[in-house]
Design a protein around this ligand. Sequence first.
Ligand code: MF3
Ligand code: CO
Length: 258
Amino acid sequence: MQERIILKAPWELEILRRSNRLVAEALQELIGMVRPGVTTLELDRFAEAYLVRRGARPAFKGYRDYPFTLCTSVNEVVVHGLPSAKPLRAGDILSLDMGAVVDGYYGDAAVTVPVGPISPEAARLLQVGRESLGRAIAATQPGARLTDISRAIQTHVEAQGCSVVRVFVGHGIGRALHEAPQIPNFVEPGQGRGPVLKPGMVLAIEPMITAGGPEVKVLEDRWTAVTVDGSLAAHFEHTVALTERGTEVLTAGDGHSG
Ligand code: MF3
Ligand code: CO
């Protein structure tokens, strides 16, 4: 049984534009800092200071006792990697996931980036992940159905020989980090088409994909989610708003999507 999807008024969208733009800008800064030798703890400290300086607060810190501003997921870590003092190495891929709260409204986005030169296989995984999010956003239109988003991701990822993770999903977002609807990155036979997409919906779409199988396990720290087969994973997330004028990527930062 799914809760109701909360539609946002134009004045609420104004605030959501600010919180999400801030996340996009912070991620841009962080991406510029990523190189071999940097630690994810340094990135986390920068991220928190960045938000606080702009009058926002980290969305993840304290959420279910999560202790950091960023999730930093390296290589086979799918999501919820904990920032650490271990330096990044050339050839790693790093997912940076960040949320911020501005005037009570949440922003959320994630991106996976190379650390120095990476293997062609890793580069390919990033490309497939980025493309799948782009296709999902293109499918996010008033009048379409929720499953159109899920299907756009799954179809592309699996056609490229990669897998879609099942146990984590995208979500509605607003005055809470996670609102209805859940947005799976896959469709199940016979599940129906899901709710019709309407202006006022704000959705955090986040494909989590692997170069191997879809199975994930959570480590002893109770956060770090890794691929069971040790294959590389990538994660891309944008928060998008449906409006009377079409679909707006709130975390694009510089006005382009995907
Ligand atoms: N982008 C993820 C999500 O929306 C990040 C959550 S991390 C947590 O679920 F710490 F807040 F759980
Ligand atoms: Co999210």
